[in-house]
Design a protein around this ligand. Structure first.
Ligand SMILES: Nc1ncnc2c1ncn2[C@@H]1O[C@H](COP(=O)(O)OP(=O)(O)OP(=O)(O)O)[C@@H](O)[C@H]1O
Ligand SMILES: [Mg+2]
Length: 283
């Protein structure tokens, strides 16, 4: 099995009569990683995701999927979409069938899955995203957060190898944001690759194995959350902030890669408690 899912070699994209949204992107996306893409509004995150899913074609440069240059004929795109599912930033651009059930089914038909299997896959995806009760509802009547969960159910039902999620927690309340991350972690445990964009730096710091920071269509930082946020000046110049977990950890212990890797809130609180009790003991 190819360890590298995507390789982008000097990829640029300019919208017709518009902005150069991405410039000379060179990047590898390895299998079974959890990758967070950060960047301010207009940095090029959505454009990058459109390119990975074949919704857009590079103006220059080449995208390789599992070692082969992407083809854009109908059959190749159908194959790509079965392997790489995308949840768009704007759910209204993704959902268009009359009802929730029909919409989730449509994605499966589209990638060539037919027959009895469909109902089972749709039902399972609705259960996992807590959308079963919305089954017969009209898409137009759903709230923003409900639409997002239905869009995710549509991709989940296809069971792709890689999930691309453009701001998956935007519009979700804290309960469903947490559920979403749990769902993504479960998907990851099944061996899937996940790349998401977010403006939530706390989420990126705690969740990601790897981060990519885009600014004005270029990759400015890439690496583990630790190595990325360590570049504090670059982070600020990209209009981003430092996660409070990173800032707090810097206060309690000297930063080193090993101690900050996959640090979650619980571990950080424990470190804080240890630091406080060490201080008390020394007095
Ligand atoms: N359809 C389009 N036509 C022309 N320019 C576009 C189009 N879509 C996006 N752009 C431009 O391309 C650049 C990158 O946009 P993109 O949507 O990829 O940014 P983003 O990082 O996803 O931003 P956001 O955080 O606001 O979602 C921006 O300058 C944007 O104005
Ligand atoms: Mg976007």
């Amino acid at each position: 099995m190819n360890e590298v899912m995507f390789t982008l070699s000097n990829v640029s994209y300019q919208y017709p009569h518009g902005q150069t949204a991405l410039q000379n992107i060179t990047l590898s996306i390895k299998r079974n990683k959890k990758i967070a893409v950060l960047g301010n509004n207009g940095a090029g995150k959505s454009t990058l995701f459109f390119l990975l899913n074949g919704l857009l074609k590079p103006t220059s440069g080449t995208i390789y999927f599992c070692g082969h240059p992407l083809s854009y004929n109908k059959k190749a795109i159908q194959k790509l979409r079965k392997a790489v599912g995308i949840v768009l930033q704007d759910s209204d651009s993704q959902l268009f069938m009359p009802t929730v059930f029909e919409d989730i089914c449509y994605g499966l038909y589209h990638v060539g899955i037919n027959g009895k299997e469909i109902e089972k896959l749709v039902q399972q995806a609705m259960i996992e995203t807590d959308t079963y009760h919305l089954k017969d509802r009209s898409i137009h009547s759903l709230s923003i957060g409900e639409k997002k969960r239905v869009a995710i159910a549509g991709i989940l039902a296809i069971n792709p190898e890689m999930f691309i999620l453009d701001e998956p927690t935007a519009g979700l309340d804290p309960y469903y944001s947490k559920k979403m991350i749990e769902l993504l972690n479960n998907i990851h445990l099944q061996g899937k690759t996940i790349i998401l964009s977010t403006h939530d730096i706390e989420l990126a710091y705690e969740w990601a194995d790897e981060m990519i920071v885009l600014h004005k269509g270029k990759i400015v930082l890439q690496g583990s959350p630790f190595t990325v946020f360590k570049e504090e000046d670059t982070i600020q110049s990209c209009h981003l902030d430092l996660p409070w977990m990173y800032v707090l950890q810097k206060l309690v212990s000297p930063l080193d890669e090993a101690s900050s890797k996959n640090l979650n809130k619980k571990q950080l609180i424990q470190q804080l408690k240890n630091a406080i009790s060490n201080k008390t003991c020394r007095k």
